[in-house]
Ligand binder design. Structure first.
Ligand SMILES: *[C@@H]1O[C@H](CO)[C@@H](O)[C@H](O)[C@H]1NC(C)=O
Ligand SMILES: *[C@@H]1O[C@H](CO)[C@@H](O)[C@H](O)[C@H]1NC(C)=O
Ligand SMILES: *[C@@H]1O[C@H](CO)[C@@H](O)[C@H](O)[C@H]1NC(C)=O
Length: 363
């Protein structure tokens, strides 16, 4: 690794501080046999004094339903993630990182999308045990919504229906939620998510994400696509650039108004008939949005830390500042740490791991 920038030094310091704090102050998570993984309780995080209140005076909300009381607040930061047993260890670390680096952590509302066939009660119990104060909602996602639209990709993990749930957030979430930060489960934030959520979308953009205009855009689609003018003309009046769909700020009002879920589904239907791309959920997003998104600083998605898809090599950070580390790609830090074969940067994920291991000092 090249010389560590000062910001990263500070980050490492605070990460270790957090690690220490969580070891000394946490109590073990509620015992729950239905899951084989036991997570410890995260510390409670408090708003700083100048945070706006997210309670609402709206007459229409039901005061008996706590989340409704907050959910329509303009001051809330809404975060969407998927939740499943395979990635829950990553999700827990991501949640912890969001709270840890928020200046108003009590204003962050989580919207979790889980497969309708998953045990939502178990997921709820697991999240609540580690984060007793978290404001969250779990939305069941019917796998059959997309299972008929999915064609096999080069990485089978990408074919899971829940991987496509990000295209349905506008339908799943309440109408009063106008803006959402979508996050994958294999990442950690090291900066205030409110700054990301406040990214300006301009007059027309539906979503914002870091763009990578040096990536070879051609390679995301097949020759079948490029050689068919009626298809490739999709990009005729745009300057399309690759963006990663693991970190997106989405204007749900604009999404609903433009019926973008349907536009994405149309490309997926076409993909079933003629192979126009190789990957899973990413290419339809590129087809619909590339070239028309609001740009976000690259520091908000230092992606690719999972390594390359074929040989599983370690990747380094891209040059520049870091607000979010994303282990996209085949390798996941928890799997490599468990296997005792971590990549150097996996050490930055480890302090956020809430899994109760036999080696944890407080178990
Ligand atoms: C929970 O797990 C422990 C150890 O794995 C076992 O001894 C206990 O009987 C289990 N409890 C229930 C209710 O299944
Ligand atoms: C779901 O999980 C709960 C624990 O939260 C457990 O009591 C229940 O039996 C589970 N249901 C199914 C169908 O597995
Ligand atoms: C971009 O990718 C396409 C298809 O994979 C390839 O044919 C082309 O040579 C690449 N262009 C550059 C500049 O690497």
């Amino acid at each position: 690794m090249p010389t560590t920038p000062p910001a990263l030094h500070a980050f490492l310091f605070f990460s270790l501080l957090l690690f220490h704090t969580s070891l000394t102050t946490s109590t073990p998570a509620t015992s729950n046999n239905a899951t084989t993984q036991q997570f410890r309780e995260a510390p409670q995080f408090y708003n700083s004094p100048d945070c706006p209140s997210i309670s609402t005076d709206d007459e229409e909300v039901d005061p008996d339903e706590d989340h409704n009381y907050y959910i329509c607040s303009d001051h809330a930061v809404h975060v969407a993630m998927t939740l499943d047993t395979a990635y829950i260890r990553g999700s827990m670390a991501a949640i912890l990182s969001v709270l840890q680096h928020s200046s108003c952590p009590q204003n962050v509302l989580f919207h979790f999308v889980a497969s309708a066939s998953a045990n939502a009660s178990l997921l709820r119990t697991t999240i609540s045990a580690s984060f007793p104060y978290l404001k969250f909602q779990i939305y069941p996602f019917d796998d059959s919504t997309v299972s008929g639209l999915i064609s096999t990709s080069i990485r089978s993990a990408l074919d899971c229906p829940l991987n496509y749930a990000r295209s349905y957030l506008a339908n799943l979430l309440p109408l009063c939620v106008q803006r959402i930060v979508y996050l994958d489960s294999d990442l950690i934030l090291v900066n205030d998510i409110a700054k990301l959520a406040a990214i300006p979308l301009g007059d027309r953009a539906v979503l914002a994400a870091p763009e990578y205009c040096n990536a070879n855009f051609t390679s995301y689609f097949t020759l079948t696509f490029w050689s068919n003018p009626s298809l490739s003309l999709t990009f005729a009046n745009r300057k399309p650039c690759y963006f990663n769909t693991g970190v997106m700020v989405i204007d749900l009002d604009r999404w609903r108004a433009g019926d973008y879920t349907n536009k994405i589904e149309e490309w997926m239907e076409l993909q079933k008939r003629m192979r126009i791309y190789e990957l899973g959920s990413l290419p339809p997003f590129l087809l619909v949005f590339a070239g028309n998104i609001a740009s976000v600083d690259h520091k908000w998605n230092q992606h690719g830390l999972g390594g390359d898809n074929f040989r599983g090599l370690c990747r380094d950070l891209h040059p520049g500042p870091v607000s979010l580390l994303h282990w996209s790609g085949k390798g996941k830090p928890w799997a490599r740490l468990d296997a005792n074969r971590p990549c150097p940067l996996d050490a930055l994920w480890a302090p956020y791991d809430l899994l109760q291991t036999p080696f944890a000092l407080d178990s």
